[in-house]
Design a protein around this ligand. Structure first.
Ligand SMILES: Cc1cc2nc3c(=O)[nH]c(=O)nc-3n(C[C@H](O)[C@H](O)[C@H](O)COP(=O)(O)O)c2cc1C
Length: 308
C-alpha cells in the first residue's frame, strides 16, 4: 500500500497514530513506528524539555521515523518548535493555531509539516503556507473537534488541495481505512483505537471504559466556549454540561477540567477524569499490540480494496 504519505514519511504502512495529549508518549510512538506506521509524541501543554526527553527515548527504542504533535497555543510551542529541529524528528503535526512562522525553520531542517484541519478553507491556507500534507479530521474523533464529519470533509479537502490528505476521525478498522482511501485519502490517523494498545500507558480503568463503550457513549462538552471536546460520558461530562447549561463562565469550566485528562490517563479516575475518545470507541473491543492493530487493519483494508 504505497501512497504519497508512505513516500513522504518513509514508512511501510499509511497508518498514523494521533499525537494525543498525555496518551502519546514514547512507548506508544516507538511501538507504532517500529511496527511500520508513524508514531507521534503528543506535546500538548508539556514543557519543551519533556518533549526532548521523549524524543530521545523513542530514538533509543527504534530507528524508524516518528514525529511530534505541537499544539500551537501551548506556552511552550516556540521552544518545542526549536527542540524538534535540534533533535531532528521526521515530521510535525500541528493543531490549534497557525504554523506559518515556524515553516521555514522546519523546512530548512528537512522536517515535514502536516497540520490538522477541520475545514476546506484551513486546508487551502495550510497548503499555501507550504504544508507537505494535511490531516482532515472529522468530528467523530476523540479530543478537540471541528464541525464536519469525516465522510463529508475528506473528499472536499481532497478536491481542494493537491498535497496528500490523511483522514482522521471515526476510523478504527480496515473498513474505515478502506473507506478513507476511497474518499481520496492517502493515509489514516487513528487515536481511539491506539488508546487501548498494549504499549499504551493509559490506565486500565480508562482502557476498559473505551472497550465497553457503545456507539452512543460519547458526549461533546464545550460547544458554548467554542472549544468542543469529545469524551466518554461520565460524571465529569454531566457536570460540565450542567454548568454550561447554567451559563457558567469560561474560567469556571476551565477550572472544572483542569488536569482532568491526566487524572483519567495516569490515575484511572473514570468519574472525575476526562475520558477523551471518539465515536469509534464502540468498535474498539480488545487490547492488542500496535503491530497487531496495524497489520490487522491493513490486511482487512487490502482485501476490501482488492489489493490482494
Ligand atoms: C485522548 C485523546 C487526546 C488527543 N489529544 C490530541 C492532541 O493533543 N493534539 C491533536 O492534534 N489531536 C489530539 N487528539 C486527536 C487524535 O490525534 C486523532 O486525530 C483522533 O483521535 C482521531 O480520531 P479517532 O479518535 O476517531 O481515531 C486526541 C485524541 C484523543 C482520543
Amino acid at each position: 500500500m504505497k501512497t504519497r504519505i508512505t513516500e513522504l514519511l518513509n514508512i511501510e504502512y499509511p497508518v498514523i497514530q494521533g499525537g494525543m495529549a498525555w496518551v502519546a508518549e514514547h512507548s506508544l510512538a516507538a511501538a507504532v513506528s517500529a511496527a511500520g506506521g508513524f508514531g507521534l509524541i503528543g506535546a500538548a501543554n508539556a514543557p519543551a524539555e519533556w518533549v526532548r526527553e521523549e524524543i530521545r527515548k523513542v530514538k533509543a527504542l527504534t530507528d524508524k521515523p516518528f514525529g511530534v504533535n505541537i499544539m500551537l497555543l501551548s506556552p511552550h510551542a516556540e521552544a518545542i518548535a526549536k527542540v524538534v529541529v535540534e533533535e531532528g524528528v521526521a515530521a510535525v503535526t500541528t493543531g490549534a493555531g497557525n504554523p506559518e512562522k515556524y515553516m521555514q525553520m522546519w523546512k530548512d531542517a528537512g522536517i515535514k509539516v502536516i497540520p490538522v484541519v477541520a475545514s476546506v478553507a484551513l486546508a487551502k491556507r495550510m497548503e499555501k503556507y507550504g504544508a507537505d500534507a494535511v490531516i482532515a479530521e472529522g468530528c467523530e474523533s476523540g479530543g478537540h473537534i471541528g464541525q464536519q464529519t469525516t465522510m463529508a470533509l475528506v473528499p472536499q479537502v481532497v478536491d481542494a488541495v493537491s498535497i496528500p490528505v490523511i483522514a482522521a476521525g471515526g476510523i478504527a478498522d480496515g473498513r474505515g481505512f478502506a473507506a478513507a482511501m476511497m474518499l481520496g485519502a492517502e493515509a489514516v490517523q487513528m487515536g481511539t483505537r491506539f488508546i487501548v494498545a498494549k504499549e499504551s500507558i493509559v490506565h486500565q480503568n480508562y482502557k476498559d471504559r473505551v472497550m465497553l463503550a457503545k456507539d452512543i457513549d460519547t458526549e461533546v462538552t464545550g460547544r458554548s466556549t467554542g472549544h468542543p471536546v469529545r469524551a466518554l460520558r461520565n460524571k465529569m461530562t454531566r457536570e460540565y454540561l450542567r454548568l454550561e447549561k447554567e451559563g457558567a463562565s469560561f474560567e469556571e469550566l476551565e477550572y472544572l477540567t483542569l488536569g482532568s485528562l491526566r487524572k483519567a490517563v495516569m490515575e484511572g479516575n473514570v468519574s472525575e477524569g476526562t475520558l477523551m475518545a471518539g465515536q469509534s470507541a464502540g468498535m474498539v473491543k480488545k487490547e492488542q499490540t500496535c503491530s497487531e492493530i496495524i497489520l490487522e487493519i491493513v490486511d482487512e483494508a487490502e482485501r476490501l480494496l482488492k489489493l490482494k
